[in-house]
Design a protein around this ligand. Structure first.
Ligand code: ZN
Length: 395
């Protein structure tokens, strides 16, 4: 029998419906799929056979019977392939291997001593290569690589501007694709973090949220109605450069008084240099972890500085609350480690300053994926792309 274009299209659509049903509801029987999808049992059986042949679905022993013979149950084969997610930070690279459900399997964290372009790229390649080697054997292998970068990223994966890395017009997706011959996507790190928290973290089951990535700079990822809001060209979310002091400090972006000059990790570390801290060891590196420990040991000056950073964060968050009316704001990235010290000042400022209608049902949370929001979010985009290759959209 010749299969016409229409039949082929319908089969592909039905197959993706059956596959999604299994992924979202497994373990599930063929009869249950037929009930859920309204596809007849013969069609379901034939499509399930295809999915089993594709290694995406497998059978397990009989489930509970509703009378009569106990049915064979179907499971989504979440280790049919693996994805790689990368958080390319300013002073570190975190690379995570996940299964097709986005569960982390392996990870590598490397500190970037040297942020010269060649050194960053070679460290990036090395960590991706190591994870590819460590990935368990699977029928589909590595389905894709997703990379989050602290900068402005154009849709095809060119990093237009990443001031903290000193990058301009770096076609990162091509560079990585060429090396590994795999699908590669590149994202702004806050957008990737927002996707990660929305799928797996503090933002699960939340339709409208803003993820605020507070690291060396500040970026935000905006989820509206369960979708990432990208803006016309994909550059939305640069809230770190919203002005909170009209005649304030000069910013690398060309403007003055940007929020991230007052509330980011870098701003905190610069301010901290002015503290009268005595240390026996002059070679000690005064980084965020050092100050967190000092605060834990009761250093009042350091604690006061964390409170001040929290207040400045609260000012920017107030603008976000009033603009987006989110259900949830998630504070993530490195500075979230200071939750104990910044949480109260943030909440106090938002409580005092945001419009009462907006803050009513709004929650402020700290990232529940910790340092992993961006890498897991980036990996999940590769998985989504792999699955959507199976689909044909009929709009
Ligand atoms: Zn700026």
């Amino acid at each position: 029998m010749r299969i016409t274009g229409d039949q082929y299209l319908i089969k592909k659509i039905n197959k993706s419906i059956v596959f999604d049903t299994i992924r979202q509801n497994h373990p599930i029987s063929r009869a249950q799929i037929s009930e859920t999808t309204n596809l007849n049992k013969g069609t379901v059986s034939s499509l399930v056979k295809d999915l089993i042949d594709d290694n995406l679905v497998y059978e397990i022993g009989p489930g509970e019977s509703s009378g009569g013979r106990r049915p064979v149950m179907l499971l989504f084969n979440h280790v049919a392939g693996f994805a790689i997610g990368v958080d390319l930070g300013v002073n570190y690279i975190l690379t995570v291997l996940t299964d097709l459900e986005g569960n982390p399997v392996e990870e590598i964290r490397t500190t970037l001593e040297n942020i010269s372009f060649d050194s960053v790229i070679s460290t990036l390649f090395q960590s991706i290569r190591t994870l590819i080697e460590r990935a368990p054997d699977s029928p589909r292998g590595i389905v894709g690589i997703g990379i989050g970068v602290p900068g402005i990223v154009e849709e095809k994966g060119t990093v237009l501007f990443a001031p903290n890395l000193g990058w301009k017009n770096v076609n990162l997706s091509e560079i990585v694709k060429k090396e590994f011959q795999l699908p590669v996507t590149v994202h702004n790190e806050a957008n990737a973090g927002a996707i990660g928290e929305h799928l797996f973290g503090a933002g699960k089951d939340t339709k409208n949220l803003v993820y605020v990535s507070v690291g060396i700079g500040i970026g935000t990822g905006i989820i509206i109605n369960n979708d990432l809001y990208k803006g016309a060209l994909g550059f939305s979310g640069e809230m770190g450069h919203s002005v909170i002091e009209s005649h304030g400090k000069k910013c690398r972006c060309g403007n003055r008084g940007c929020w991230e000059l007052y509330a980011s990790e870098r701003a905190f570390l610069e301010q901290a240099k002015t503290l009268s801290i005595d240390s026996a060891d002059s070679t000690e590196e005064f980084n965020l972890d050092w100050y967190l420990q000092a605060a834990n040991e009761g250093n009042d000056e350091v604690i006061r500085l964390f409170h001040q950073a929290g207040e400045y964060l609260g000012i920017g968050l107030t603008n976000i609350v009033n603009t987006f009316n989110p259900e949830l704001i998630i504070i993530g990235n490195r500075f979230a480690k200071a939750e104990k010290w910044i949480s109260q000042p943030i909440r106090r400022i938002v409580e005092n300053r945001a419009l009462p209608y907006h803050r009513g049902h709004m929650k402020i949370a700290f990232s529940s994926l910790g340092a992993h929001s961006c890498a897991l979010g980036a990996a999940s985009v590769s998985i989504t792309n792999f699955f959507s290759d199976m689909k044909i959209s009929v709009e």
